[in-house]
Design a protein around this ligand. Sequence first.
Ligand SMILES: Cc1ncc(C[n+]2csc(CCOP(=O)(O)OP(=O)(O)O)c2C)c(N)n1
Length: 344
Amino acid sequence: MASNIRYPYKGQGDQGFDVFAGAHAPDALVGLYRAMLRIRLIEEEIERRYHQDQMKTPIHLVIGQEAAAVGCCSALRLSDLVYSSHRTHGAYLAKGGDLKMMLSEMHCRINGCVGSRGGSMHLIDKAVGMAGTSAIVGGVVPIAVGAALAIQMKREDRVVVVFIGDATTEEGVMAESLNFSALKKVPIVFFCENNFYSVQSPLATRQPARDIRAWAESHRMPALSVDGVNVLAVRDTVSKAVAHARAGRGPTFIEVPVYRFRAHGGAGDDSKTGYRDVAERAAWEAVDPLLLFRQFLARTAQLTDASVMHMEAEIASEIAGAFEHALASPNPTEADLYRHVYAD
Ligand SMILES: Cc1ncc(C[n+]2csc(CCOP(=O)(O)OP(=O)(O)O)c2C)c(N)n1
């Protein structure tokens, strides 16, 4: 099977928590775990209900990639802006996007976060800086660069992070965006979740054997790699890139190796179709970001089974309430179709 997979490597995930933990209050560490757990449980409930066909939207689950979203967004301020591609759920929730509005959107209700026009691939919540997403691979990247340019021109004290996948680095607009950002030193972080697949095509069938990080660096900007299953390492690396941008020193590219435990789209896993090895997925599941961090927090006496059960119950109740809210929400009317339409 053609593959450029370099991870998981020996000791991944577990090796790093001690290194970073000292910089955080224990409450903050538990908060990061809770944020990842919340995304996992929301995703599992979406997956569980998806076959009921009440959610009228494609979905791209982030189960397995939670440490990347939470580590990244926890390094940002509310006023910072996040843009993302089609795999939106993690970034939206980690940036603080409203769950009820997200689920209403996924049920095509008028009180959805974009008024039932976008579905799961277009989650926006401007109140928390979740600024824009696009289903067109690479489409959001120049929009994010433009937002960073506007911030620079208006001398605002904020930064932009754009979530992209490994396949996005194959789009022409990516080279233009890296070039322009490096030239103008706009305050942006390119956050590349490399999950090694584009739909069902492995990296090796799409790119020559190259190091994505080094490719980005060749555009004359700092480029870093960070262990995407270690929430603290991700947070630390993004914090450095954000400080660099805030200081007016321009963009940073971060490559974040991760693995999606589910299919490219929809519910369940699609490994049985043969495009990826079931054993490969199992190796990554052994370094599940939630599992490793929970083990670390238990070992350092910051989390107990009872406290996790309490968290799970609280989150389950929030999720049930949010689904109830979405299902009880009104559908758009015909008149709603014409709102935001400016041409005859
Ligand atoms: C311009 C464009 N080409 C193709 C597609 C179809 N498509 C949707 S998602 C996807 C894979 C994108 O992979 P990646 O950017 O690595 O993100 P991932 O899905 O792995 O998170 C493709 C090819 C698209 N939406 N837009």
